[in-house]
Design a protein around this ligand. Structure first.
Ligand SMILES: Cc1cc2nc3c(=O)[nH]c(=O)nc-3n(C[C@H](O)[C@H](O)[C@H](O)COP(=O)(O)OP(=O)(O)OC[C@H]3O[C@@H](n4cnc5c(N)ncnc54)[C@H](O)[C@@H]3O)c2cc1C
Length: 410
């Protein structure tokens, strides 16, 4: 069997894997990225679009933010719409000047792939049969084939990063007795469409309606991303374009003459809504990052951002290992990440509960939901917790003190 050595073997060229490879490269640490899909498939998958302030800063500071700064759209607020009326949450004002950037995930991937290839980094697409071995030793190995008919090859590593998303093999390599999984399925799905049209709104609109949730988002001045809450069991074939438009108009209608701009729908799909966390995110020399370790429902726009914050912590820990002979940061990796992950799970769960129609809700619970929306859009303190979480909590580098002085009042 052909054998090769590297410092860090990375499985998956999504946001987590590519960003990790890039951050390690900046520290002079060698890695090999193994990806099952083709470059075109990776660069063409439309998913996330909202980048937190911290993600924007990391992309910029690591030298891959130039196109994002030219083409991305800075959003300083979001709208919560209910009872036919819009209520703006001023993210910028409520967070002391922070904002989010709307720049599609596949554009981030195009920029990261370009940086990787320009730097001569090892990035292999269309690999097959990836298997992990000896992850609880100092020489973990990844076996794989370069393509479907290729020979089995072995990559001997110091560390392996499992960045292979929710369905990848890395997480399942951790023995079942050593991992604990927490999950929740929501009784609804999101039907997402891509539309050739100009934006209907300068900012994202999160709409709660008796018929279900709707979201007006954007990808570029020419392409809009619209979502509808649908039944978890719905088949996309049940949703004709006419039905989608009529439902969007009904849910998003306002009393102030706002109109939804229509255009050609050129892609539509339904995604499940679920939350998932595995603990710990590390076993031996295998480190899980991004969707391989956790999933959030998309309502809080946190999935891509968590993938980036995980690998920032991981890259720092790996650099401390090689540069300063310190392994304490790597040992703390799971605890540091999980603290932030659970807060993102909390926020995504909260936003989902706040804005969707739940079949099990009683009239009492519906009134409480509306009261909560009224509270967070009329109280500065209420709006501030939404804004602080939406622009993204800071990335923590070490296990912090339990309470901050500002909270405890010292
Ligand atoms: C409709 C939708 C909307 C979303 N909106 C947002 C949003 O607004 N904001 C946000 O932050 N997040 C959002 N997300 C979530 C976000 O897209 C994910 O959290 C993000 O892609 C996670 O990145 P990742 O690198 O961990 O995993 P992935 O992007 O899943 O990448 C994993 C990679 O590993 C590869 N792989 C898998 N198995 C193997 C194998 N056996 N061998 C080799 N390679 C393998 C895959 O091909 C893939 O390229 C959204 C998700 C969806 C579905």
């Amino acid at each position: 069997m052909r054998t090769q050595r590297t410092q860090v073997g990375i499985i998956g060229a999504g946001p987590a894997g590519l960003m990790l490879a890039h951050l390690l490269h900046l520290q002079g640490i060698e890695s090999v990225v193994l990806e099952a899909r083709t470059k075109e498939e990776v660069e063409g998958t439309i998913r996330a679009g909202v980048l937190e302030q911290g993600t924007v800063d990391v992309l910029r500071e690591s030298g891959v933010g130039a196109r994002m700064d030219r083409e991305g759209q800075v959003h300083r607020g979001i709208e919560f719409r209910f009872n036919g009326q819009g209520h703006r949450i001023n993210l910028h004002h409520l967070t002391g000047g922070k904002h989010v950037m709307v720049y599609a995930q596949h554009e981030v991937l195009i920029d990261l792939i370009e940086a990787r290839l320009k730097s001569g980094g090892d990035l292999r697409f269309t690999v097959r049969d990836v298997q992990l071995h000896d992850i609880d030793t100092d020489s973990p190995k990844i076996r794989f084939r370069r393509h479907a008919d290729g020979e089995l090859e072995e990559l001997v590593c110091d560390f392996v990063a499992g960045c292979d998303g929710f369905h990848g093999p890395s997480r399942l390599t951790i023995p079942a007795s050593a991992r604990r999984e927490y999950q929740k399925s929501f009784p609804m799905g999101w039907l997402g469409v891509l539309v050739e049209a100009p934006p209907s709104s300068e900012e994202l609109i999160y709409c709660r309606h008796e018929r279900g949730f709707a979201l007006v988002s954007t990808r570029s001045p020419e392409v809009q991303r619209l979502y509808l809450q649908v039944d978890a069991t719905d088949d996309i074939r049940e949703w004709s374009d006419d039905r989608i438009w009529s439902e969007l108009h009904a849910r998003l209608a306002t009393h102030d003459g706002w109109t939804l701009k229509e255009g050609r729908i050129f892609q539509k799909n339904i995604v499940a809504m679920r939350s998932f966390v595995v603990e710990p995110m590390q076993y031996g020399r295998l480190f899980l990052a991004g969707d391989a370790a956790h999933i959030v429902p998309p309502t809080g726009a946190k999935g891509l951002n968590l993938a980036i914050s995980d690998v920032c912590v991981l890259a720092r820990g790996i650099a401390a290992f090689y540069r300063r002979n310190r392994s304490d940061l790597l040992q703390a990796y799971s605890n540091i990440c999980l603290r932030r992950v659970w807060k993102a799970e909390r926020f995504s769960n909260y936003m989902t509960s706040l804005l969707h129609r739940f079949p099990s809700h009683s009239p009492f619970e519906e009134r409480v939901q509306l009261a909560e929306l009224d509270y967070v859009t009329s109280s500065v303190v209420g709006a501030q917790t939404i804004a602080e979480n939406y622009v993204g909590l800071p990335i923590e580098w070490e296990a912090p003190a339990p309470v901050t002085a500002a909270v405890a009042g010292h």
